[in-house]
Design a binder for this molecule. Structure first.
Ligand SMILES: Cc1cc2nc3c(=O)[nH]c(=O)nc-3n(C[C@H](O)[C@H](O)[C@H](O)COP(=O)(O)OP(=O)(O)OC[C@H]3O[C@@H](n4cnc5c(N)ncnc54)[C@H](O)[C@@H]3O)c2cc1C
Length: 469
């Protein structure tokens, strides 16, 4: 049996940031992840927006954490060397219902202390974003809204946690959890683990993981989201993140990503019981068609033939449930705020939806403090270093800088992915850091994210991995 102070189940954003924050303490941490890498759940399939806070009810925990996280995001990305942009956002409407929503969000934002908010007329918004369809009736500008690649952030948190001493075990599904000897025994397909405290960051399975030891309290009832990504030139069609507040409740979000693509989505559609049961993140033809239709209405100049990728996600919608004569009954209202359930040493993060990416470091910090304190290990780690070095990306350098780098490391002279301008050296460094297949190399270097979606570099990357492993 392997003993550890704190066991974290799940290596998405919340598991990785909890691990990172726990390494501030002198404590033994083990993270178990069922997939073969970090960031394989909803942490990789979201909109990548760093929210400024006006979207959440003033006074709620979500709101407080979001405002705090937004202010701290530049520092976090500097520490972890993660690319981050703050293009600001425009929420736009084309009619009275949308106008009312915008006016309410503005009031909430001001009341909640979100900085950089401005109510705009339709004309002002159209001047700022000429590619949007004419007829905007009002808009809300938020200067603090940003965008980040969620997997870059998650990988950075993972690497920083690992460098500070957290142990990660991949391909390790927790199949059972029980209390024993003042702690927890976690069963997996391989080893058995004993821990004083457990952090349940199992995303879409966090309700099921909690119920391995506790009575049902909160269950997830997922709805699905579809996304489309347009190739890089289209990323510059808008300068800001655009939130379209539709009159019929259907809205569209447009995100000019840090890599210059245009991310379009998400839809919000019901899923069949089977899909929900399997926690399967797939796209749906009708969902993608709806995105295309809304795009045609809101941003008619967008060239949808430049679509390079689609992906699906699931929203982990949390509801309180009641046990009644052996049946689990879903209560009417879903849970809007964040709730960390604490069951005598088991800390569960169930149903953390938007803006969970924005405040993943802050929420991870709160849970880390609770778990360290429960495990009785609150002495600080004198060697903790919040900094993590990123792989230097050839595509971010000037010709002169690139030439200098090639002199020091000739592998920077060989381009492996021409769409994204990724070199052999970057792929080699990704392998050193844990990439073991195309997907994990792609997430660490950006190779395969361009127009051909890896059809030209896939084989070359697999050859490099085969030689290096
Ligand atoms: C459609 C959508 C859009 C969003 N957009 C935004 C946004 O723009 N901005 C924002 O701030 N937030 C956004 N969010 C919220 C954000 O993505 C989530 O809050 C965050 O990713 C949650 O991370 P997580 O670690 O809880 O989950 P996950 O990333 O799903 O991680 C859970 C991990 O647990 C593992 N696991 C599960 N069961 C087990 C087990 N038994 N044993 C071992 N491992 C297990 C899984 O494999 C997975 O890797 C969005 C969410 C959704 C759904």
């Amino acid at each position: 049996m392997i003993r550890t102070d704190v066991l974290i189940i799940g290596a998405g954003l919340l598991g990785c940031f909890t691990a990172r924050n726990l390494t501030r303490y002198d404590i033994d941490i083990t993270v178990l992840e069922k997939e073969d890498d970090v960031c394989r759940g909803i942490s990789k399939a979201n909109t990548g927006i760093i929210y400024s806070g006006y979207d959440h009810k003033p006074g709620s925990e979500k709101h407080k954490l979001c405002v705090q996280a937004n202010e701290a995001f530049d520092r976090l990305c500097n520490e972890l060397e993660v690319p981050f942009r703050r293009p600001g956002s425009l929420m736009i409407s084309y009619g009275p219902k949308g106008d009312a929503v915008i006016a309410r969000k503005y009031r909430d934002g001001i009341e909640g202390g979100t900085q950089g908010l401005k109510l705009l007329s339709g004309n002002e918004a159209e001047e700022m974003e000429p590619a949007l369809a004419k007829g905007i009736t009002s808009a809300l500008y938020s200067a603090g809204t940003g965008t980040v690649d969620p997997w870059e952030l998650c990988i950075a948190a993972y690497e920083n946690a690992r460098d500070n001493g957290a142990k990660f075990v991949f391909g390790c599904r927790v199949t059972g959890l029980r209390r024993e000897n003042g702690g927890f025994i976690a069963e997996t397909q391989g080893e058995t683990y004993f821990a004083r405290a457990v952090v349940n960051a199992a995303g879409l399975s966090s309700d099921a993981v909690r119920e391995m030891t506790e009575k049902p309290l909160i269950r997830l009832f997922p709805t699905a989201a579809d996304y489309m990504v347009l190739d890089r030139p289209e990323g510059s069609i808008v300068d800001h993140v655009i939130f379209h507040e539709g009159e019929d409740g259907k809205g569209l979000t447009l995100v000019p990503t840090v890599d210059g693509n245009l991310l379009i989505g998400p839809t919000n559609r019901d899923v069949s019981e089977d899909e929900a049961e399997e926690r399967d993140m797939r796209t749906d033809r009708a969902g993608l068609d709806l995105l295309k239709e809304l795009c045609g209405e809101i941003v008619p100049e967008a060239d949808l033939s430049r679509q390079i990728r689609t992906f699906g996600s699931l929203r982990p919608n949390p509801y309180y449930v009641t046990l009644c004569a052996g049946d689990v009954i879903k209560r009417d209202k879903n849970i809007k705020d964040i709730r960390i359930t604490e069951d005598d040493g088991l800390f569960s993060l169930i149903g953390v939806k938007t803006p969970g990416l924005t405040f993943s470091n802050e929420l991870g910090n709160i849970v880390a403090d609770k778990a360290a304190s429960y495990a009785g290990r609150t002495e600080l780690n004198p060697d903790f270093d919040p900094h993590r070095k990123a792989i230097v990306r050839a595509r971010d350098l000037s010709e002169e800088e690139r030439a200098g780098l090639i002199c020091r490391d000739p592998a920077y002279g060989e381009v492996i992915c021409s769409c994204m301008d990724v070199t052999r050296s970057e792929v080699l460094q990704a392998i050193e850091r844990g990439a073991h297949d195309f997907e994990s190399a792609k997430r660490r270097t950006g190779a395969g994210f361009g127009r051909c979606q890896g059809s030209r570099c896939h084989r070359r990357i697999m050859d490099i991995i085969a030689k290096e492993e």
